[in-house]
Design a protein around this ligand. Structure first.
Ligand code: AVJ
Length: 322
């Protein structure tokens, strides 16, 4: 079952945010959440198979290998909420383990209807599971989930895949604190974080040889053409992956190859791009395993346990609401 979006006309938000991000003086930017329409989600799925991009496979390896240990640390009865369900593939390992122990309600929260559908199809065959999806922004959806929980039931919130890395560090702490306020003491948050690695390895991971990440990034302009009637010429923008040492992140940009003007009718603007000017489309922050203890504390959690993949440094952090 899927609880549909409360705001049926999301196109307006998209147009507003596009106008806003591209009309800024200084660095132009677009919110990375818009990378994930149907085409973008499918391209990200392909990225997760690329040899250069080990993040998703590391995440899944950890969940597969340690599902038993993770579940053992969360006392029954528990309901599971997931922020950004994606395909649901890696969540299967945890849910199967939980469902061996108890009937389990699973509440994926996702702004993308197609991702919710995909995840429901992927997981509905698990014995003793009940799935209710929420087509919502993360915090709105999570608040709504808490109205479904039974008393004495704990909540285990999953925030996997290092999606937290799309926030800068202060915004990441603020987001976790917002999650904490929705939870009760004793609830859990399983947080996946990609760990720091050498610059060359990161640039390869975000600018792969096949050009899938470039297509993923350029699809944002194609989407603006499709949904807002714009006339971006995709051949006149180049995908760039850039290390930001100070922020400890990788940034994706789209760089204008020449001076050009683009019309975006549904956003009621025309945007001028200088040669070499970029649109900043995403940041992926990288963490040290140790800093997660402090980050958790600052957001009102305690980091109880951590599992780290040796092949592609990545951490699953089990946080408990203090
Ligand atoms: C799914 C947000 C974690 O930041 O690594 C992959 C998205 N961007 N390649 C990431 C992404 C470019 C990914 N996250």
């Amino acid at each position: 079952m899927i609880i549909p979006a409360v705001t049926p006309n999301a196109t307006y938000d998209f147009a507003d945010e596009v106008r806003h991000g591209l009309s800024r003086r200084g660095q132009k930017e677009l919110p990375s959440k818009y990378l994930y329409d149907e085409v973008g989600s499918a391209l990200f799925e392909v990225i997760s198979y690329l040899p250069e991009y080990g993040l998703t496979r590391a995440d899944e390896r950890l969940l597969r290998r340690y599902a038993g240990e993770i579940v053992d640390r969360v006392p029954a009865p528990v309901a599971v909420a997931e922020l950004g369900s994606g395909s649901g593939k890696k969540t299967r390992w945890l849910l199967e383990e939980l469902c061996r122990r108890q009937r389990t309600s699973y509440y994926p929260v996702e702004i993308s209807r197609s991702a919710l559908d995909m995840c429901e199809r992927e997981l509905r065959d698990i014995d003793a599971i009940s799935i209710v999806g929420f087509e919502r922004e993360y915090l709105d959806g999570l608040s709504e989930v808490t109205t479904y929980r039974q008393k004495n039931q704990r909540l285990l919130v999953l925030f996997l895949g290092s999606t937290i890395g799309n926030f800068d560090r202060p915004a990441g702490v603020k987001f976790l604190a917002d999650v904490r306020r929705i939870l009760d003491p004793g609830d859990f948050l399983l947080l996946g974080t990609d760990l720091e690695k050498p610059a060359e390895q990161l640039v390869r991971a975000y600018d792969d040889e096949l050009g899938v990440t470039a297509a993923f990034n350029l699809n944002l302009l194609a989407r603006i053409n499709r949904e807002l009637g714009a006339n971006f010429d995709l051949s006149q923008f180049a995908h760039v992956a850039r290390i930001n040492r100070k922020a400890r992140s990788v940034e994706m940009h789209l760089e204008s190859r020449r001076l050009q003007r683009v019309k975006i009718p549904a956003a009621r603007v025309t945007i001028e791009f200088q040669e070499g000017e970029t649109i900043w489309t995403e940041s992926s922050h990288k963490y040290s395993a140790m800093e997660m203890f402090k980050t958790a504390r600052e957001a009102g959690f305690r980091c109880e346990a951590q599992w780290i993949d040796a092949e592609w440094p990545f951490a699953e952090n089990l946080l408990v609401a203090a």
